[in-house]
Design a binder for this molecule. Structure first.
Ligand code: FE2
Ligand code: FE2
Length: 195
């Protein structure tokens, strides 16, 4: 296994669920609600799994390879994007399922997530394949799969300050809400995208 492949598989599943939503009649509110609720939970879980397992590992191999500023910039961007995605997911919940506003909010979440995935695939995943050995990527894939399995029912939605996240991750400290039951050190300060 390879953590970069598991992340790509998750991205594919997210694209698939957004595409399914676009093809369901707006009168089928029960179906829209069920599929959106699964997708929303999955978006939150995926972002947190990356924050707990992937980005700390990317920072570590990047620093070791003298690529500190490159991996730090990528991580700051990604954490800011994750905050934007969490906010876009929350915004969908403020509208009546199947209404024009609801579909617009879903499209905005799709846009925020698509932009982020493209960047993550081009930058973080590519760098990680270059910098980390396959044995390490396998070990992290096991951790990533375990994290998602243990927290399949959903995780708390908590935004993180990107700079504080990078500081903590580089010191090997807990970076926030680490799945079920954990909430230590999380900051609820809203999006702080760097660029
Ligand atoms: Fe991400
Ligand atoms: Fe991702």
């Amino acid at each position: 296994m390879d953590i970069t492949e598991l992340i790509l598989d998750d991205h594919h599943e997210q694209r698939r669920l957004f595409a399914i939503l676009e093809q369901i009649d707006r009168s089928e509110t029960g179906v829209l609600e069920a599929i959106w609720s699964r997708l929303a939970r999955f978006l939150e879980l995926h972002a947190l799994a990356e924050e707990e397992i992937f980005y700390p590992a990317l920072l570590k191999v990047g620093v070791a390879a003298h690529r500190k500023s490159g991996v730090e910039d990528e991580t700051l961007d990604a954490i800011g994007d994750h905050n934007d995605i969490r906010d876009a997911v929350a915004a969908v919940g403020r509208h009546k399922v199947g209404s024009d506003d609801w579909f617009e909010a879903v499209a905005a979440a799709n846009l925020a997530n698509s932009d982020h995935m493209a960047e993550e695939e081009r930058e973080g995943l590519t760098d990680f394949r270059r910098l980390a050995a396959l044995s390490r990527r396998h070990q992290l894939a096991v951790e990533f799969a375990a994290f998602e399995a243990r927290n399949y029912a959903g995780v708390e939605s908590v935004d993180k300050d990107p700079e504080e996240y990078v500081r903590k991750a580089e010191r090997g400290l807990p970076t926030g809400n680490g799945g079920s039951g954990g909430s230590g050190g999380s900051l609820s300060i809203g999006p702080m995208k760097k660029n």
